[in-house]
Design a protein around this ligand. Structure first.
Ligand SMILES: [Zn+2]
Ligand SMILES: [Zn+2]
Length: 304
């Protein structure tokens, strides 16, 4: 994030928190912060990057995730694992494309992919739907095989899903009806803990997962705008019902962060994600009512 005079003044007034000048390790990069599948002018689709040394871990693969990694200056070949929170298209649409672009950019086997079923089938289909391109590039450009590049691990319940020397990843089921299972993920390293909520209504299991974490990235919904968002759709009533039952209002997200006792709350997956009339102060105000820690209103490519 570039810190301009406006950000500085707002930070001094306690309205927003500025990132520390030298980001701690592991680094968290918000690749995409706009909730919902429609492409947006202001925010890319949901995706986060956690960098542990040279290793890159991607959480969610919304549309444009590969491009956002390029803009963040992180080569796709560094991806060691991918985590999908749930199978709404704003979170998985570019899973296959990220692996395909990564293959072109020198991704080394094996990349582990974690997420709910049908992750194995989605992974198998990457090669099938891209067969012409893959076979052509192997024959024409001498590329290595795509087969075996990505190893899917389907998860259906809480618990530790990945453990290496440097990082442990734990999943927890969250409340995002009608999608079941939907997960949040917690990354623990010796120096820092980072939790990504995925999509969820206020969730006790997420509070348990995020207890005492350094950073909680949590989705957020601006309820006064729901009428506007839903109103533009033909299925307005059902969309409104879905948004309110399966997401977390800005007035509630602070309670979650406070109950978990996290140090920093990062708002992301903004719904609506393309409405500049909802200012950072408006997003943060609801959270601040219940949470006294640091609040960051996320933006694409912010490094934390
Ligand atoms: Zn979503
Ligand atoms: Zn969702």
């Amino acid at each position: 994030m570039r810190i301009g005079r406006r950000e500085f003044v707002r930070a001094a007034a306690g309205l927003i928190a500025l990132p520390s000048p030298r980001p701690p390790s592991p680094r968290l990069i918000l690749l995409g912060t706009g909730g919902g599948p429609s492409p947006k002018r202001l925010r890319s689709a949901p995706a986060q990057l956690i960098l542990v040394g040279d290793d890159a871990y991607v959480v969610d693969c919304g549309n444009g995730v590969a491009r956002q990694m390029a803009r963040a200056g992180v080569g796709l070949a560094r991806i060691r694992a991918v985590f999908i929170t749930h199978h709404h298209s704003d979170h998985n649409a570019d899973y296959g494309n990220l692996m395909l672009m990564g293959w072109i950019d020198g991704l080394r086997p094996t990349v582990d992919a974690y997420g709910p079923p049908p992750l194995a089938r989605l992974t198998a289909l990457i090669e099938e739907v891209n067969r012409v391109d893959i076979e052509t590039r192997i024959a024409d450009e001498g590329r290595p095989p795509f087969s075996g590049l990505v190893k899917p691990h389907e998860i259906t319940t809480d618990g530790v899903v990945m453990q290496t020397a440097g990082v442990r990843v734990t999943a927890a089921l969250v409340d995002h009806p009608p999608i079941r299972p939907a997960f949040a993920y917690r990354f623990d390293t010796p120096s820092r803990s980072i939790v990504i909520s995925g999509d969820t209504a206020p969730s006790k299991s997420l509070i348990a997962l995020a207890t005492d974490a350094d950073v909680l990235v949590h989705e957020v919904l601006y309820v006064p705008a729901v009428e506007r968002v839903a109103g533009n759709e033909r299925q307005a009533a059902r969309l409104r019902e879905h948004l309110l039952a399966s997401h977390t209002p800005s007035t509630e997200v602070g309670r979650v962060a406070a109950a978990a006792g996290v140090k920093t709350l990062v708002l992301s997956h903004f719904v609506p994600g393309d409405d500049p009339s909802i200012t950072d102060e408006m997003w943060a105000a609801g959270a601040r009512a219940h949470f006294k820690g640091r609040i960051v209103v996320g933006r694409d490519l912010m490094v934390l």
